[in-house]
Structure formats: C-alpha cells, structure tokens
Design a protein around this ligand. Sequence first.
Ligand SMILES: *[C@@H]1O[C@H](CO)[C@@H](O)[C@H](O)[C@H]1NC(C)=O
Length: 388
Amino acid sequence: MKLLVLLALVGVAAAAVEIGITKVASPRTRLMKSGLWPTYRKYKEALRLQNKAAVLASVSQPVNDYEDFEYVGNITIGTPGQPFVIILDTGSANLWVPEKGCKTCKGKKEFDKTASSTFVANGKAWSIQYGTGAAKGILGEDTVRFGATGTNQLVVPKTTFGLAKSIDQDLQQDVADGILGLAFQSLAVDNVVPPLVNAISQNLLDNPYFTVYLQEKGATDNVPGGTFTYGGMDTKNCGSLIAWQPLSSATYFQFSMAGIAVGSYSNNKASDVISDTGTSFIGGPQTITDAMAAVVGATYDDLYGAYFIDCNASPPPVTITIGSNKYMLTEKQLKVDAGNGQCYWAVFPFDFGGFGPSWILGDPFIRQFCNTYDLGGKRIGFSKANGA
Ligand SMILES: *[C@@H]1O[C@H](CO)[C@@H](O)[C@H](O)[C@H]1NC(C)=O
C-alpha cells in the first residue's frame, strides 16, 4: 500500500475564498440579522417533513479497511444510482468520480451522465491537487447517496460534483474510484458546496456534524473497518465525549495542538494540526519527527518517505495534548505491518511549505479516538474508540 496524503493543497485558493467570506455575510447571517432566521428554520422543517424519504435524524455507513492505510465507503450518484467506492476524506472538500471515457481511469467505475435522469450539466472545469495524487475534469450536478444501494442511504439531491476526465498515477493505483471530501466549503476547489454541507443546508440531518470511527485490522484488504455517522455521535462504537476543541480555521478541520511527546522526547510548542481521515499516518515537521523516531528506534527510509521499526519492538506511546487533555496513541495504532516482516512506525515527515497547519493527525489518531467533525459549530470532538 502507498502512503496516502489526501489533503487538498489549495493554500492560495483557500486564502482567496476566506477573503470573500469576511466581506460577504452568509445567507444565514443575513437572515439572522433581519430576524427571519426562525421563519426560515420553520420553512426548512416543513420541507423536511413533506419529503418523508429525506427525514433522517442520523444515518451511518460502514467503511472497509485496506491494511490500515485506507478506508473506503460506498456511494451512488444519479437516478438510477450508479455505485462508486470512494475515500471519505476529511482533508479535502470536493467529491469527484471518474467520468465515462476517462482514459486514465482504467479498472474504475465511471459515471455515465446520459444514464441518469436527474443529471444537470454545469460544464465548469475543476482540478484538485492532493498531498499525493491529482485529478481534473468538469463539474455536474446530481443526486448523491451516501451508503450502498439497498442500505439506509443519506440522499442528497442537487449535489455538485466533479466528473474526472483524467487522474494521475497515484490515484490510478488506488483501490477507490474517487474521493468524497468532507471538509468546509472554503477549502473546496471552485467553491463547490461539499455534499455533506449540502445535506446540512437542506436540513436533512438533525445535527450539523458527523462522527468517524475507524478500526485497526492489520495487513488485510477490504475488511469491515469502521463507521461514519452523519448527523450524530456514534454511541455504539465510541465512548462519551472527552472534549470539544474549537477550530482555529474552518477550512480543513484545523485546530491547535498544545504539544507532542514520545518517551523522553517532548515538544510543547503550540502548533496547528488537522484531523484527516484521508492520510494514512501522523505527519509533521521532519526535525521533530526525526527526533521522535530516534527515541523510539525507528529509521527513516527516503524511498518510502516513512520510518521503519522492528516488528518485535514495543515503541512507547505518542502523547498529543489538545486543550487540557492528553491523547495517547498506543503501539497498536503506530506499528503498522508493511509486509515482508517489516513494520512502519506510523509517523512521517510532511512539509506544508509554510501555509496553514504543521501537523496532520491521520488514521492512527482516529483509530484511537473517534472524531466528531462539527461543521456547524466549527469545532471537533474526541471520544475513546471502542476496542482501540
Ligand atoms: C460496498 O458495496 C459492495 C458491493 O455491494 C460490497 O461488497 C461492500 O462490502 C460494500 N462496502 C462497504 C464498506 O459497505
């Protein structure tokens, strides 16, 4: 498996969008100022009750685990629904799938817009660059359903998404057909409304947040490995809430980490981090990850951009301080089977190039602690993941 770093690299674009936000009040802010907000809420509630099929307090979908590197889920797009396997990625904010005729998308499911009665053409171009991978194409609009056909789906009509005309090698080699970004609209390429934000503004969910539970399954492919719960907490798989942390930037799910420590090493300089389901490991500045690796006895391999550790070693836990709480990542989450009797230490050096956050809390963090991503409240919550 390849290390995935699926955070959208849109520093420049995001900055431009943020400027727009400070100047133009959101429709909600405008309605609140004019006193029309309660009326608007009632109107939305009436719409919601009318459309019985769309009434969902919260809905959850399972994800499958690929070697603890990648978690994928099912969606359908269009009418009738065309199925896709996508990465549910909190490090980006656009949904895209391959379009029929995409020459670089061999072996992947392709969306046939002529076969959907609800497809609406848009035609605007998009292109997205991730930490690993890139894709481009044109935009369209259709009904997106979270979850597989025949299950309790979250149905989001009129969702704008990308139809990929070409994808790069990183994405060609990936098991997923496409990527579904779950972060804020301000991070979205072309300022497209992300599918879940669209669901929230259509009042399809009881709460404007979702909870992610991921499991450690070792070196196996396509096995059940977690649950995404839209519109609620996950009381089945997660313990009670430890704390909410306000976001320092509502683009990624970005917040402040007070410090990081492992064994005899500690760094107590506050830094901005993001919680990213689409990144396989914990990423941070190399001067710090090197110092941490030295303490645990892991060695850096430039070819892989990763640290290797003796599979029989017992590296000490990594402790991350957020607010006044300490979150401990155990050996179980941080020692990842690499095959051939080798093991990764699931931390990697990542350079954001001077923009935004400096750490990525990827899947090992989320396997240890369920993360509740609050789009409405601009905060993130943590609770113990059962079985971690
Ligand atoms: C997605 O759908 C396929 C085909 O129906 C199924 O085999 C697979 O288990 C589903 N994945 C998840 C995560 O539910």
